[in-house]
Design a protein around this ligand. Structure first.
Ligand code: ARG
Length: 570
């Protein structure tokens, strides 16, 4: 229930009743409703001063007149004090309204059909072939996964796209290296690691070997020309990489609808380049073809190299047109690190210049860097921390903590997986996505911090309370028992959940939900410590149990939306 709007409507009605006509509509009144610093002065206050002029009356007289004209069951009391109307919400009614609505909607509470089935393309994770998944990919994967879930929850059809980095001269070098020194079985078994080794060896041995470099280029040309042997090896590199990546996606519970990556657009760029040319956007610069973006304070967007080779941007242009045509998207999101900011600004600008107004529906959802235990991750310096190793370590560390805290827990392995993986995901999604992240184990796994284990523990606590109570809540809840400050804080957060999900979608910011889970868990724990849930009075017990049930449902749902599991026991 939106109290602000309801009160505003009451005020409008009272104005009409007492003064035949209201000088303000409810929509205009709502922004003037204040929340007094102290609940002793009411839950909301309306200053009548601004009405004095149009009504030609003193504010205290207006306040008195309005007070006498309002009679609403959700309001416990209205005071007229020195020109202010102070509204006291009937807390029991409030708690009942919020909890009954949440209970009725169950796991769908917070879901709304905003999208009406419109499609949102979300380009995320988008890993590179023959390279290992590292922690830098975690952000893209987890933000993208959370956004997919949030958009679906709000009635959108989501097309999740892993725009593979599967094009470039390095693949020629890799095939060359593989032909010279590689062994199918070894690569099959060792996966991406073995491919990386081959590539590193090629770089080393070709450093002052022009002949070898040329062979690398020749193999790339073969891929481009569709040579069957080159393509066979290349496709196999791809499947080996994806097999490795899928292990990580499985651990994280992530799925993609499409793996159409850079090479998918090989035969789809010509029409785009032609159209750019026809529209007079293509200019020549040192033999290369570019779109000049000087007027927009950006360096030119490179479309074709001197030798006619296409570029990353050319492929992204073709991909944008393909997606528009195939999915007719309402939005197309690119979850990619902020280093590619310029690339996307150029891409969107070029589409705008081509005259398509759907460039407005595309958005670069950028995010900051992750450093790991104080070290930034850079492939070049060799500080690559591999995501799979990290996830395994997280699970192991979680297992150690669980062994210590809950030695009798039954399915320890399963819970350790949920907690360890959840801790990493949560940590990544806790801050505003554009912020850089310093990852530290002790912070991510702190059971008393602002972490997944803390929220998961609270969820398990709710389950445990409910188990102790037995499943049935037979007695009619006495909602007066939820009028205290602790319970009211919990109720207020439950009421806010739907609007938080919507903001997270509108701003493409899953961290709003992550933070919400902390707020709700903290509020519930405070309530848990201050109030006896299994009270002797059946009505009181029933009300507190109902609150517990709904906190459990909402926590589980909120965690799901950010891609974190919620164990029943911990
Ligand atoms: N593969 C790229 C990288 O790892 C990210 C691709 C993002 N998506 C896109 N459509 N450009 O940097």
């Amino acid at each position: 229930m939106d109290f602000k709007m309801s009160i505003a409507r009451c005020v409008e009605g009272a104005l009409e009743k007492q003064f035949t006509q209201s000088p303000m509509t409810a929509d205009e009144i709502a922004p003037f409703l204040e929340v007094p610093p102290d609940t002793a002065m009411g839950d909301y206050a309306f200053p009548c001063f601004r009405l004095a002029k149009s009504l030609r009356k003193a504010p205290p007289a207006i306040a008195d007149a309005l007070r006498d004209a309002i009679d609403e069951k959700f309001l416990a009391r209205i005071d007229s004090v020195k020109g202010y109307l102070n509204f006291y919400i009937n807390r029991a009614t409030y708690a009942r309204e919020v909890l009954e609505k949440a209970e009725k909607e169950g796991g769908d509470y917070g879901s709304r059909d905003i999208g009406g089935g419109a499609t949102v393309c979300i380009d995320y994770s988008s890993i590179n072939i023959a390279k290992r998944f590292h922690i830098g990919h975690l952000s893209s994967t987890m933000i993208g996964n959370a956004l997919s879930r949030i958009y679906r929850f709000l009635g959108y059809n989501v097309e999740s796209i892993n725009h593979l980095g599967d094009w470039g001269t390095q693949f020629g070098k890799m095939i060359c290296a593989y032909k010279k020194w590689g062994d199918r079985q070894v690569v099959e078994k060792g996966g991406v690691d073995e491919m990386v080794k081959l590539y590193v060896r090629f770089e080393r041995e070709s450093a002052d070997d022009g002949e070898l470099q040329q062979q690398g280029r020749d193999w790339f040309k073969k891929i481009e020309q569709g040579d069957p042997e080159a393509l066979e090896i290349f496709d196999w590199f791809k499947s080996v990489t994806l097999k490795d990546a899928e292990r990580v996606y499985d651990i994280l519970g992530v799925k993609f609808d499409s793996y159409a990556g850079e090479s998918f657009y090989n035969d789809k760029m010509d029409p785009v380049v032609e159209e750019l040319d026809k529209k007079g956007l293509l200019t020549e610069s040192d033999g290369a073809k570019i779109v000049n973006l000087e007027d927009y304070n950006m360096p030119p967007c490179l479309i074709l190299k001197k030798d006619g080779a296409t570029l990353y941007a050319t492929r992204d242009l073709a991909a944008a047109f393909y997606r528009k045509k195939t999915y007719d998207f309402a939005k197309c999101l690119y979850v990619v690190a902020y280093q590619q900011d310029l690339h996307f600004r150029q891409l969107f600008k070029v589409i705008e210049l081509m005259g398509y107004d759907w460039y407005k529906d595309m958005e670069h959802v950028s995010f900051g860097m992750v450093s790991y235990e104080g070290e930034t991750l850079s492939t070049r310096k060799g500080h690559i921390v591999y995501l799979e190793d990290l996830l395994n370590e997280a699970v192991k560390k979680a297992r150690d903590i669980i062994d210590e805290k809950s030695p009798d827990l039954e399915n320890k392995d399963e819970v350790a997986r949920q907690v360890g993986v959840g801790a990493m995901v949560f940590f990544d999604l806790y801050n505003n996505r554009i912020k850089d992240i310093d990852f530290y184990w002790d912070r991510a796994l702190n059971f008393d911090g602002e972490t997944a284990p803390y929220v998961q523990y609270t969820h398990a606590r709710c389950s445990s309370v409910l188990r102790k109570a037995g499943d049935e809540i037979t007695q009619e809840p006495d909602y007066e028992a939820l009028a205290d400050a602790e319970a009211q804080d919990v109720v207020r957060l439950i009421e806010r959940f739907p609007e938080i999900v919507v903001s997270a979608m509108e701003r493409n910011e899953p961290s709003l939900i992550t933070r919400f889970t902390i707020d709700l868990a903290q509020a519930y724990n405070k309530f848990y410590y201050e109030r006896r849930i299994l009270d002797d009075d059946a009505g009181v017990r029933s009300a507190r149990l109902k609150l517990t049930t709904i906190v459990k449902t909402v926590l589980a749902r909120a965690l799901y939306l950010i891609g974190v599991e919620a164990p029943e026991r911990m």
